[in-house]
Design a protein around this ligand. Structure first.
Ligand code: DC
Length: 225
């Protein structure tokens, strides 16, 4: 039996995770947030006291890395590092840049590829990330590239951080978003880019409901109601 998959890629702050989670809920599919997996590797690197820009230090850590993904009773994805639930810790603002750094390393990507693919072999999934439609699930039934203007993404990210009680200011968040976009788009391996057969959804002028309706319409077009 083969399972259905929806691949959603796009830059940070386009609303991917919120929308992908809601879409999965509507479809009755499992939501897999692959950014959380890279964030968990980033946290492991920081905890080991290794410089995240140093591949020579990061790569040897991979073989002993004990990463697990699970789902809470509310259906929300949780990440475990050596048995510890790190789902909150990986959301700290400083983890974002480190995740982007380690995700540019080919060994890290190769290490996580099988892990991600297995999820889609075991159930229907909505998977979001940067290279899902291009590399992880090139045969996905539906591919969507979700984006928004950097300023709109910065405003949303700021709100999200404030809701979590984290201090941040607009200019810093916008600067970080631009820097991360650049880093993710220009890395040699699996850069952030729209797959040739991915539908584009720009959410700059859309609220959550409108974006979700847009996503559902694209999914229905491909795999039916
Ligand atoms: O979506 P996010 O902000 O949680 O992702 C954190 C970083 O992980 C992002 O800067 C790039 C990287 N990433 C990736 O390279 N490939 C993915 N499929 C998902 C995330």
């Amino acid at each position: 039996m083969s399972f259905k998959s929806v691949a959603i890629d796009g830059p940070a702050g386009a609303g991917k995770s919120t929308l992908a989670r809601k879409l999965a809920e509507k479809l009755g599919f499992l939501y897999v947030d692959t950014g959380a997996i890279y964030r968990t590797v980033a946290l492991a690197v920081l905890r080991a006291g290794v410089d995240p820009s140093d591949g020579g230090g990061v790569v040897p850590l991979l073989k002993d890395l004990e990463i697990r993904m699970g789902y809470g009773q509310d259906g929300v994805q949780r990440m475990y590092l050596a048995g510890e639930d790190v789902s909150e810790a990986i959301r700290e603002h400083h983890i974002s840049g480190v995740a982007s750094q380690v995700s540019a390393m080919p060994e890290v990507r190769a290490f996580l590829l099988g892990f991600q693919r297995r999820q889609a072999q075991e159930q229907d999934v909505v998977m979001d990330g940067r290279d899902i439609g291009t590399v992880v699930l090139p045969e996905a039934d539906v591919k969507i590239f979700l984006t928004a203007a950097p300023e709109a993404r910065a405003r949303r990210r700021l709100l999200e951080l404030k809701q979590r009680g984290q201090e941040a200011d607009y200019d810093t968040v916008l600067h970080d978003i631009r820097e991360r976009d650049h880093q993710d788009e220009h890395r040699p391996i699996a850069p952030l880019k729209r797959a040739a057969d991915a539908a584009l959804l720009d959410t700059t002028q859309l609220n959550l409901e409108q974006s979700l309706a847009g996503l559902l319409a694209l999914v229905k077009e491909k795999i039916g109601p």
